[in-house]
Design a protein. Sequence first.
Length: 435
Amino acid sequence: MIPRYTRPEMASIWEAQTRFSIWFEIEAHAADALAEIGVIPKEAAKTVWDKARNVTFDVARIDEIERETKHDVIAFLTHLAEIVGPEARFVHQGMTSSDVLDTCLNVQLIRAADILIADIDRVLAALKKRAFEHKMTPTIGRSHGIHAEPVTFGLKLAYAYAEFDRARARLVAARKEVATCAISGAVGTFAQIDPRVEEHVAKAMGLSPEPVSTQVIPRDRHAMYFATLGVIASSVERLATEIRHLQRTEVLEAEEFFSEGQKGSSAMPHKRNPVLSENLTGLARMVRAYVTPALEDVVLWHERDISHSSVERMIGPDATVTLDFALNRLAGLIDKLLIYPENMQKNLDRLGGLVHSQRLLLVLTQKGASREEAYKLVQRNAMPVWRGEGDFMTLLKKDADVKRYLSDREIEEQFDLGYHLKHVDTIFKRVFGAV
């Protein structure tokens, strides 16, 4: 995490004080359950809560103890004993460190997911608003970067809305998958602790008991979580890349908002660069970079090793913080995006009507020409226009072979822009439902 790309709410999830507070809750809830089934005195469990519930843990003191013990959970438990007193001997009964670490990590990941889901909701709201604003604003569709057939700018945003709607559903599913708790002991057999303790802690922490754990919660759950973040990052980049292309000087159909006093270049005062969408492209690369280590964490030795530990200390905060920042930046970018319908129309007209070539192809076949002949006739007239040597409709009207099938009026009818947009309402209903 670096401050430049960090929002406080997400960062706070990964702060040491938050982590130790979650560790305490896990231990204290486990103590409650142990007291309830008669393993430890009820007064001891109550004392743990009473003396440490509202404590701000001394992070420096825990670090000091860890430098000696070389063990983070033991360092925390030692500090907790300093706060609680003699009753602390009843804490962590039958538990192993991973019970605390893994359950805490999953609490942090679901809290992070809740923030990311809210972030996606902001992106969806911005996309929906702008999509309806430009629902019928005609623009050119491109394939391979080349003019194809007309679409609307609203449809471009509807594509993105549908993609982020799927992203939200995936993230909700990933949150559910990672929301498990393991309080099962050294190798997951519950030999030293009753399964009822796990059930109690899971319920108290808003989790579900892990059906079968070893010494750790299986990391395929986490791999799916981080893979989902990677896919969302790719969706961020796809939309950011579209904006970058649309802002190119030769296109200029849309543009990032340029604030008063903003500078685009240290050398060229005229520059207005797509810096936000370029930044989003870079951030997306970083989020995706955390997916492979998460996949590799699935493979641990036997019941547990710690090869995953160092990875998760990095990718947990970095992936969630980075994606949180990126989604919020994207929502703001879309909300303030400058859109230029006049330039869209100019670009639609640049190829002299060639965007209607498929309609000419189809109508010729309907009038009796073979597909091969129709394609040849249309392409024969299209290529001069492509080279800037005339207007498509005019050339078609002068082509005797075309005129054997189509009258001037029938040719003109194929150049109706509205024909391409007749199902926009249908698509919008599929994406947004009845509005």
